[in-house]
Design a protein around this ligand. Structure first.
Ligand SMILES: Nc1ncnc2c1ncn2[C@@H]1O[C@H](COP(=O)(O)OP(=O)(O)OP(=O)(O)O)[C@@H](O)[C@H]1O
Ligand SMILES: [Mg+2]
Length: 482
């Protein structure tokens, strides 16, 4: 028998003794009773050197489940599945529909922290009114009880409980259903986020991919680092490249890698900076805030575009159709400004909650205001470009489950000359029959690449001719001038 069990039995004997005392207490005057209780408590704690802490499922507010209780439940789930004899099982509705096990009522599991042994037990109180009810007891109050030796009090109450709550919360985040939020005007609405993209299925150069994954994981683990250097725990990414190169796919892969929620912010639907601030304050920690096509969603080019529009409008005022277009544009126009957006990235609010990634995407990096993309705001710039041979191999593995084929070399060579996006390559590799006709898919891609190469060559010749004609024209003009 373990020493803790021995003490537990001793404790029960003493408790029984106390019960007997209680039976007689009505015959004793209050002072004597009080003294007896006081000394018996001391006696119990003298013989019973363990400390017990109870974590109730509901504290205070009956409808709010205690955060500590659910963190402990998650923390204990892996220990319960290996140690407890009776378990409770539940399905968590995340993308994997995983089964989560926890210990049933009145079970006990042991844990160890820095060589110290401690015990967690589960139990429930049933409120008196429910005990004799014919209906299922709904007023059950569950709790976890932690027992440890009193000489470890400081260590357990400090570092151990902190680590339990932290790990429990992390498990909860990993298991929870993640959400994709979109802004409907000034409110967020959400659906379950179930995008299957992962970095494994993302087609890009392996070294570059590894660098991004390492960067993301380092960010997610660097709470203490950001606190130490006095910066808000956030990081900005700018993804740029032509359409169909995998920018949106990479964002989904980021969310899946880190287990973060996604906030897809449609800036054109935000009325002004105040509304923007409200939306951003409502975002939760462990999330990615995405603004796609940043060059299209905001008048980031400042005065330039305004002037251009004004000029256009001056000329068009007489045409009623054009006028309608102008009015529409004005009503759709968001009043969010570049400085409002910069405030959102650097502002004080961004420190609330922490652990946020901010991702902008654009097809035209050169169109963006330098203030927006300077280092510190957008910490990492990632270019997603045309499909390379390495990227093609990932796609071939994803779509056709092949890692080599005699057409691979030819396709690799053509990819170097013809510019094709991963989206186009994927379209050719997508099986058109079941089971997939590998030969057909690769040949179709090969053919498309030949055509693209020919087209690229023709464009090059046309450009060259145009340049030659231009310089010839200039020379002729000079001659004429002479
Ligand atoms: N690098 C890639 N790896 C895997 N699949 C890709 C990649 N790039 C594109 N795809 C495929 O092409 C489709 C379009 O890609 P995606 O939407 O990510 O492009 P994008 O860069 O966001 O384009 P846009 O600039 O138009 O928003 C995706 O559904 C995906 O299946
Ligand atoms: Mg996209």
């Amino acid at each position: 028998m373990e020493s803790k069990d021995l003490f537990t039995s001793l404790g029960s004997i003493i408790a029984s003794g106390m019960f007997l005392w209680a039976m007689f207490q009505q015959y004793f005057p209050y002072e004597i009773r009080h003294n007896i209780e006081k000394y018996s408590q001391r006696l119990v704690s003298f013989f019973y050197p363990y400390v017990q802490i109870t974590f109730n499922e509901f504290t205070g507010d009956r409808f709010m489940r205690s955060e500590a209780y659910s963190a402990i439940e998650n923390y204990l789930s892996s220990k319960s599945s290996t140690q407890a004899k009776r378990l409770k099982a539940d399905i968590i509705k995340n993308s994997n529909q995983s089964l989560v096990l926890s210990m049933d009522d009145h079970e006990e599991v042991a844990d160890e922290f820095q060589g110290i042994k401690l015990w967690w037990s589960s139990g429930k109180h049933i409120s008196k009114s429910q005990v004799f009810s014919f209906y299922p007891a709904t007023d059950e109050k569950r709790y976890y009880k932690l027992t440890f030796h009193k000489r470890h009090r400081d260590l357990i109450l400090g570092p151990y409980l902190v680590s339990v709550l932290k790990e429990g919360r992390e498990i909860k985040v990993r298991n929870r259903m993640r959400k994709l939020y979109t802004n409907n005007g000034s409110n967020w609405v959400h659906v379950l986020f179930e995008h299957p993209a992962t970095f494994q299925t993302l087609a890009m150069e392996p070294a570059e991919k590894k660098e991004i994954i390492d960067d993301l994981i380092a960010f997610s683990k660097s709470e203490d680092f950001y606190a130490r250097i006095g910066r808000a725990w956030k990081r900005g990414y700018l993804l740029y490249g032509p359409p169909g190169t995998g920018k949106s796919t990479m964002i989904a892969a980021m969310a899946n890698l880190l287990g973060y929620d996604l906030y897809d912010l449609e800036l054109t639907a935000v009325k002004d900076n105040t509304e923007l601030r409200k939306l951003l304050i409502e975002t939760s920690s462990k999330s990615i805030i995405v603004i796609e096509d940043i060059d299209c969603s905001l008048d980031l080019t400042g005065q330039r575009r305004k002037k251009k529009e004004k000029k256009e409008d001056e000329g068009n005022d007489k045409d009623p159709r054009q006028k309608l277009g102008k009015e529409e544009r004005e009503t759709n126009n968001s009043q969010v400004t570049l400085s409002g957006l910069l405030n959102f990235i650097d502002g004080l609010w961004s420190a609330c909650g922490g652990e946020r990634l901010i991702v902008f995407t654009t097809n035209y990096i050169e169109k963006l205001d330098p203030a927006l993309i300077r280092k510190g705001r957008m910490d990492k710039h990632i270019e997603l470009s045309h499909c390379s041979y390495e990227a093609f191999k990932v796609l071939a593995k994803n779509y056709l489950s092949i890692e080599s084929h005699n057409l691979f070399d030819k396709i690799g060579e053509l990819l170097g000359e013809a510019k094709m996006t991963p989206a186009d390559v994927a379209e050719h590799l997508m099986p058109k029959t079941f089971p997939a006709d590998i030969e057909f898919s690769l040949r179709s891609l090969n053919q498309a690449l030949e055509l693209a190469k020919e087209e690229a060559r023709r464009v090059k010749v046309d450009d060259k001719e145009a340049n030659e004609n231009e310089s010839l024209g200039k020379e002729e003009a000079k001659e004429e001038e002479k």
